[in-house]
Design a protein around this ligand. Sequence first.
Ligand code: GAP
Length: 513
Amino acid sequence: MAQQNDTFKKVIAHAKEYGFVFPSSEIYDGLSAVYDYGQNGAALKNNIRAYWWQAMTQMNQNIVGIDAAIFMHPTTWKASGHVDAFNDPLIDNKDSKKRYRADVLVEDYVGKLDVKIEKEVKKAAKRFGDSFDKAQFLDTNPRVLKYKETGDAILKRLGKSLENEDLADVKALIEELEIACPESGSKNWTDVKQFNLMFGTQLGASAESAMDLYLRPETAQGIFVNFLNVQKTGRMKLPFGIAQTGKAFRNEIVARQFIFRMREFEQMEMQFFIPPGTQQHWYEHWKETRLKWHLALGLGEDNYRFHDHEKLAHYADAASDIEFKFPFGFKELEGIHSRTDFDLGSHEKFAGKKLQYFDPEQNKSYVPYVLETSVGLDRLFLAVFSNALQEETLEDGSSRTVLKLPAPLAPTKVAVLPLVKKDGLPEVARKIIEDLKWDMTTAYDEKDAVGRRYRRQDALGTPFCVTVDHQTLEDQTVTLRSRDSMEQERVSIAELRMRLSDQVSISSLLRSL
Ligand code: GAP
């Protein structure tokens, strides 16, 4: 745990020091769970968004993208169920006065059992060496089975209590498990209460004419209310999808863990409209497709797992999360929900307008079912960034901090460095940048010894450095240095663009899907 905390602290410090993520309005001491992206963070975030957008709208002829407003008619949130049901169960500790999500306290308790299982696996792997069979060990070791059984039973009970709105049982569970306040160690808890997560605001100039609005807590509703607009104007046939990226707002009770849980964040959501009865097929399809999309980033297969929901949201008939191993353990990265016809059906009722599709094959009209994929851009940023940040010990015993971002996502793809600031080398370096800048992001750096400049680019995640030296003036070649292998090779200037552009382009990721 202490090591996890340490790693996470390094991630946060590195993000700030190198211009990726700053606390919001820092000169006023920041705003809780709100963050700003700096010059490198904005670029990394744009690249992640582009990878998602292109994978959805460019790679699929039947998925189109929209950009709906953040403000929506307030009845939207009545129809979607958010006014009545978008609540989190909160609990206060009477001694520390700290507020927690009751379900998260229980889930963290189960998370500790998972850590114990991991420890057992590590111990056994050491004991059995090469002959260790992890799958068999997990299926048969009595201690592991006990931890798993206990964890499953706790989560099942929690799911049931939340589904039945039995908040007294959630409190009873916390007391039975003897869960203490993480800050103070006190077990003196209040009752569990529901808390609505939407932020309210007002539209209109005078108090009398003002209309109460909400900042959208998910982007999905902007897609639902535009379903017929897009279907008709795009002459879309089922099955088809509408994709959108944009800001969402939630007044989270517990907002810690940096950009993992924010009050203002960005979602990338896709609603896939399908004929009723086909939802099981599309649910499996999108689970597999989305996992593949994540795996193409190369962050390691073992860092992902599915978590099928016991407790379903008010709109879903099946739901699964893709979880990622963050520095603080496995947590939700993306949700895949089979949303039935709940949203369109409900908007039909509240708006008094038909939201139906005429199916020429079945010769009838119906409200389509919906399969949703929803991933948090900031969470994905954290997954990519924390996985990429590494401390390496080099052959000569020295160490380097390197941010091994997937090359197509890196803020700067290539840094061009004149070996010295004279003899015409800066001019050649600038000319190389002029040639490359049409195809990739570049940086110029002439300060300090070249070794230090390499380290600086390593820490920023720049996958390639090009060094211009005196030999360049004679034979038009440069040194091309790779961030990950640190290997250097001599390459002609004329070849550079060809050598680099494919490796650093988003299409290289798309091609591997
Ligand atoms: N439209 C469905 C929906 O909003 P969700 O599971 O509540 O479902 C989807 O959210 C994704 O949005 C999550 O998997 C997560 O990546 C991201 N997300 C949700 N709340 C967040 C928060 N407070 N901060 C950052 N990301 C968040």
